[in-house]
Design a protein around this ligand. Structure first.
Ligand code: NAD
Length: 311
C-alpha cells in the first residue's frame, strides 16, 4: 500500500531518514533543491526527480523534511509543487516531518482535504496528510531512533505507523491536524526554558562557591532533576559525550532553537495566549545568535550566564 515513497528535503535529518526507508525495503524517490544532496542518492542508484510535482507522480506517499514553514508552503503550493496537479492528486498520503507552526500544518491539511485522488485504489476518496515532526536530532535520525509526534486523521496515522517506525523508535498520536506540530513546539519551548533555568542555577551555584559536579549530583536526586541536568548537562566537564564537553559543537544549534521558539511565540499570539518565559527564552536565544553562537549547541546558554558574555 505504501510501497513507493517520495522524499523531499535531504538535509541533515532527511538524508538519514530517506536512507533508513531504503534499508527497510521501501522504493524511495528523492528531491532536493540542492543538487549535491541529490547526487549522493543518484550515485547509489536511487531515483531523483526535478520537482515536488514529479515526485508526487510516482509516489503512494510523500514525506517532506524541510527547514521551515515557508519552504513547506512553497513545496506544497508553489510552481510545480505537490498540489500543482490541481484537485486530483496521485499520492494518497502526505507526511510533513518539518518543524512548523500548527497553523501552517492546518492550512495545508485543509488544502489537501479539498483535493481528490487521481485513482482510487480502494482508499478513502480524499488524500490525507499527517504533520509528524520529530524529536531526537541528527544522531537519532541516523540510528532510526526518532520520536514522531503525529497530527491528522487516526486512520492515516495507523496506515503510516510502520513507515514512521522504519525511521524512528516511537510514534505518538496527538489528535487532529496540526496537533503534532503543536506538541513539537511545546516540547521545544519547555526544553529551552528548562535548559535556561538549569544554566542559571548552575551559574548561581558556582558564584556561591558550589562545584557544578556537586550541584549536578544534588539536582539529579532532588526536585530540580530534568533532562538538562541529567542527560544534556550544560556545564563543561560535568558529563562526557554532550556538546558542553566539546566546546558546544554538534547537537541542536541555538539558531534552530531560536527558530522553534519563534514558532511557539507566533502560534501563541495567534491564539491570544501569553508565554512570558517562552518569550524571554526567545530573546536570550536571539541574542546568543547575534553574538556569534548561532551554530553552537543551545546548551551554550550556560556560558552566557556564567561568563556574563558569549565567545
Ligand atoms: P537542513 O537545512 O539540513 O535540510 C533541509 C533540506 O531541505 C536541505 O537539503 C535543503 O536544500 C532542502 N530544501 C530547502 N528548500 C527546499 C525546497 N523548496 N525543495 C526541496 N528541498 C528544499 O535541515 P534539517 O536539520 O534536516 O532539519 C529539517 C527540519 O527538521 C527542520 O524543520 C528542523 O527544525 C527539524 N529538526 C531538526 C533537528 C536537527 O537536530 N537538525 C531535530 C529535530 C527537528
Amino acid at each position: 500500500q505504501l510501497e513507493n515513497v517520495g522524499f523531499i528535503g535531504l538535509g541533515n535529518m532527511g538524508s538519514h531518514m530517506a536512507r533508513n526507508l531504503i534499508t527497510a525495503g521501501y522504493k524511495v524517490t528523492v528531491y532536493d533543491t540542492n543538487e549535491n544532496s541529490m547526487k549522493k542518492f543518484s550515485d547509489d542508484g536511487i531515483p531523483t526527480k526535478q520537482s515536488p510535482l514529479e515526485v508526487s507522480e510516482s509516489s503512494d506517499v510523500v514525506i517532506t523534511m524541510l527547514p521551515s514553514s515557508s519552504h513547506v508552503l512553497e513545496v506544497y503550493n508553489g510552481t510545480n509543487g505537490l498540489l500543482g496537479a490541481g484537485s486530483r492528486l496521485g499520492p494518497w498520503l502526505y507526511i510533513d516531518s518539518s518543524t512548523v507552526d500548527p497553523q501552517t500544518s492546518r492550512k495545508i491539511s485543509a488544502a489537501i482535504s479539498r483535493c481528490h485522488l487521481k485513482e482510487n485504489k480502494g482508499y478513502a476518496e480524499n488524500p490525507m496528510i499527517l504533520d509528524a515532526p520529530v524529536s531526537g536530532g541528527v544522531p537519532a535520525a541516523e540510528a532510526g531512533k526518532l520520536t514522531f509526534m503525529v497530527g491528522g486523521l487516526e486512520e492515516a496515522y495507523l496506515a503510516a505507523k510502520p513507515l514512521l517506525l522504519s525511521m524512528g523508535k516511537r510514534a505518538i498520536y496527538c489528535g487532529g491536524a496540526g496537533n503534532g506540530s503543536a506538541a513539537k513546539i511545546c516540547n521545544n519551548m519547555a526544553m529551552a526554558i528548562s535548559m535556561l533555568g538549569v544554566s542559571e542555577a548552575f551559574a548561581l551555584g558556582q558564584n556561591l562557591g558550589i562545584k557544578a559536579s556537586t550541584l549536578t549530583d544534588i539536582f539529579n536526586c532532588s526536585s530540580a532533576r530534568c533532562w538538562s541536568s541529567d542527560t544534556y548537562n550544560p556545564v563543561p566537564g560535568v558529563m562526557e559525550g554532550v556538546p558542553s564537553s566539546r566546546n558546544y559543537d554538534g547537537g541542536f544549534t541555538s539558531k534552530l532553537m531560536a527558530k522553534d521558539l519563534d514558532l511557539a511565540m507566533a502560534s501563541a499570539s495567534g491564539v491570544g495566549f501569553k508565554c512570558p518565559l517562552g518569550s524571554e527564552a526567545l530573546e536570550i536565544y536571539r541574542k546568543l545568535c547575534k553574538d556569534g553562537c548561532e551554530l553552537k549547541d543551545f546548551s551554550c546558554a550556560f556560558r552566557h550566564y556564567y561568563a556574563g558574555k558569549d565567545e
